[in-house]
Design a protein around this ligand. Structure first.
Ligand code: C2E
Ligand code: CA
Ligand code: CA
Length: 397
């Protein structure tokens, strides 16, 4: 709210929330603001857990009511974590820590809910804490690597470009997949330095490959919504391109659909400034965050990536075929390139190619490989090795 509507509105919302909290509890109970958007309510001894749950439900209901501020109608989404003393801790530090873990569980569950602390939450929060520590050390030690997955022209089977994917092999726990640590990097703010490293490295490595092989290869880099919300993001992109010597037109930024739908005017502004640099923009996981297509006409997008979940059943399931075909048609009518990801079988590929999908990416062609592996693939011509395998694919799906 601070970002999209201004600090005075943010402050006013906090004041109203505080009033509503006070109104929902008894006089003897304590309401305090911990900072940011976090509040603590301490109930005077309750005789049963259900009594505390009742109060929490009342708070949820009150806080969920719309707020009228001038001519703005706003809504907050409260997430409540509940601890009972002494069951969930017998000292202040433990109780606060556990309430925090329970609150995060409520948030991750989609918000607007109450979550009672459990020991699994303590374990999950311990695991997050451990990974955060490992992340910090790995950043300092530059222990991350990038892998690159070729994106192939569906008609000619030529490699058009690659998607950069982070790869983290830890001495302590082996390979930790990005789905596990990227959310933790986001929650802890570590995504900022990490994201910058990813972009700088991808630009540098791919430019290195381009010059040494004399190839015109594009690179797509995944960008977290948090990075896009930063005012300095376009400047950072400019700097990475300049340091690497990579032409702006050879870089594409991949963002998921959600950010465009929720993103305020600042996000869209950042988007336009990045596009003005000549960098391409691609909508990742297209179709999964669907809630309206208006943004497609308002934003300077170049590519849509059909999510793997639609590709998975595209050879057999009529509904998935309909969705995939519709996305391809929609993309083309908006003059966008359509890329399908997670293509694993010849039948999936044949269907997508026959519907006019522009580019494909997936294990059928290549898994993500380290830079040296990508050099070998490109030096060997890339295309020829796949040709025999895919030539055998019948048409007419
Ligand atoms: P994504 O952007 O949708 O990336 C595609 C994921 O699908 C990658 O998983 C890739 O290895 C996997 N994949 C590609 N082809 C196939 C296939 O044919 N079959 C199967 N089963 N999987 C395939 P990965 O590397 O585990 O990345 C997962 C997610 O983590 C990415 O999804 C992306 O959202 C995030 N991520 C990865 N690297 C980065 C990064 O550098 N920065 C940011 N912000 N997020 C990243
Ligand atoms: Ca992606
Ligand atoms: Ca994706």
């Amino acid at each position: 709210m601070n970002e999209s509507l201004g600090h005075h509105i943010g402050d006013e919302v906090l004041r109203i929330v505080a009033d509503r909290l006070k109104a929902a509890v008894r006089h003897a109970d304590l309401v305090a603001r911990m900072g940011g958007d976090e509040f603590v309510v301490v109930l005077d001894p309750v005789s049963q857990d259900s009594e505390a749950e009742l109060v929490a439900a009342k708070i949820l209901a009150r806080l969920s009511e719309d707020l009228q501020l001038g001519n703005q109608r706003l809504r907050v989404t409260p997430s409540i974590g509940m601890v009972i003393c002494p069951d969930d801790g017998d000292n202040l530090a433990d109780l606060l820590k556990n309430a925090d873990a329970a609150m995060y569980a409520a948030k991750r569950g989609g918000g607007a809910q109450l979550s009672r602390f459990s020991s699994e939450m303590a374990e999950a929060s311990m695991a997050r804490f451990t990974i955060e520590g490992l992340l910090r050390r790995a950043l300092a030690a530059q222990a991350f690597r990038l892998r690159y997955q070729p994106i192939v022209d569906a008609a000619t089977l030529r490699i058009l470009g690659v998607e950069a994917l982070i790869h983290w092999d830890t001495p302590e726990r082996g390979v930790i997949p990005p789905a596990e640590f990227i959310p933790i990097a986001e929650e802890s703010g570590l995504i900022m330095p990490l994201g910058e490293w990813i972009l700088a490295t991808a630009c540098r490595e791919i430019q290195q490959l381009r010059t040494s092989l004399g190839l015109d290869l594009e690179v797509a880099v995944n960008i977290s919504p948090l990075q896009l919300r930063q005012a300095g993001f376009p400047a950072m992109v400019t700097q990475c391109l300049a340091a690497a010597g990579l032409p702006a037109a050879s870089l594409t930024i991949e963002v998921t659909e959600g950010i465009l739908i929720e993103g305020g005017s600042k996000t869209i502004d950042t988007f336009e400034r990045v596009r003005a640099l000549g960098v391409g923009l691609s909508i990742d996981d297209f179709g999964t965050g669907y809630s309206g297509l208006n943004y497609l006409t308002r934003l300077p997008i170049d590519k849509l990536k059909i999510d793997k979940s639609f590709v998975d059943d595209v050879a057999h399931d009529e509904h998935h075929q309909a969705v995939a075909s519709a996305i391809i048609t929609l993309g083309h009518q908006l003059h966008l390139q359509v890329v399908a990801e997670g293509v694993e079988s010849p039948a999936q590929f044949a269907f997508l190619r026959d519907r006019g999908c522009d580019a494909v990416q997936g294990y059928l062609f290549w898994q993500p490989v380290p830079l040296a592996g990508l050099m070998e693939i490109c030096a060997a011509g890339g295309k020829a090795t796949m040709h025999a395998k895919v030539q055998a694919v019948p048409t007419g799906y």
